[in-house]
Design a protein around this ligand. Sequence first.
Ligand code: PLP
Length: 341
Amino acid sequence: MSKKDIDWSNLTFAYQPTDYRYISNYKNGEWDEGTLSQDPNIVLNECAGVLQYSQSVFEGLKAYTTVDGRTVTFRPDLNAQRMFDSAKRLEIPPFPVDRFVEAVREVVKANEDWVPPYGTGATLYLRPYVFGSSPVIGVAPAEEYQFRIICTPVGPYFKGGVKPITIRVSDYDRAAPHGTGNIKAGLNYAMSLHPIMEAHRQGFSENIYLDPATRTKVEETGGANVLFVTKDGKLVTPKSDSILPSVTRRSLLYVAEHYLGMETEEREVLFEEVPDFVECGLCGTAAVISPIGCINDHGKEIKFPSGMEEIGPVMKKLRETLTGIQMGTIEPPEGWIYEIK
Ligand SMILES: *Cc1c(COP(=O)(O)O)cnc(C)c1O
């Protein structure tokens, strides 16, 4: 094994093809045995289901090197189960959970030279996805599908230290009640592109979405769940059927409770109680936690006491503990670290 000659610490979050991708095709009612391929291109019929009716779901997880030199991924079984659930909601034949985890192992093993070394802050980002590949013109699910895992090395999310961001309250909705907000469907991202670009044009990093039915409760941002800390040190996260069940959020709640001895609450969070919290953060695979310094509600600023200079003490501790578990410097809970052998 010899690692690729890459300036790992200066990589950005951009697609760079690696040597291998994993492919399995669904045809005649079953998934084939799957294979690794060196071809980064897909030849697709012009009427493929994904092109006409956006029938696609995806996942995101990372492979990286631990302090003692092991190549690992973090809780891939949860991504497998989530993709299974996402697929069912879009009438896509779900890819079996155990096969997903095995495909992750195979594709990371084949691309081991692309897994960034420990200490660079970089990771190998894995993007599993499934899409309808056979022609569809009347609105219906496709008959054939492709499951694919591509890999791309990405740099550290925060270069030069974790910095708080400012987000705005969005006038757009991310998810309808009883819609697809709780699954990882490509279509959820298509409709978020306009709100995020508009937010950027106005100088904000992200949108925070309220519940579409009443616009009184906090949901999440375009691609990350939200965490709050109360004055008495409790970790609170919004509960709603239209929030995407983040692996990072579920892991952080466990860490808060079992490693840091904190009380945690998953409950409805009214937007009007947000000024009472002392810290706020976004969580997801890419950043683990991004601290929020300020939420802009149509010109009215909610500034958290942790400020715009550095991450608050509780978010900092949570972030350090979870990254320590991931990197092998802190003992992980049973089954969290999946070693690639
Ligand atoms: C992927 C995603 C997240 C983060 O989930 P993780 O499993 O923690 O990476 C949060 N919200 C949305 C809308 C997402 O698509």
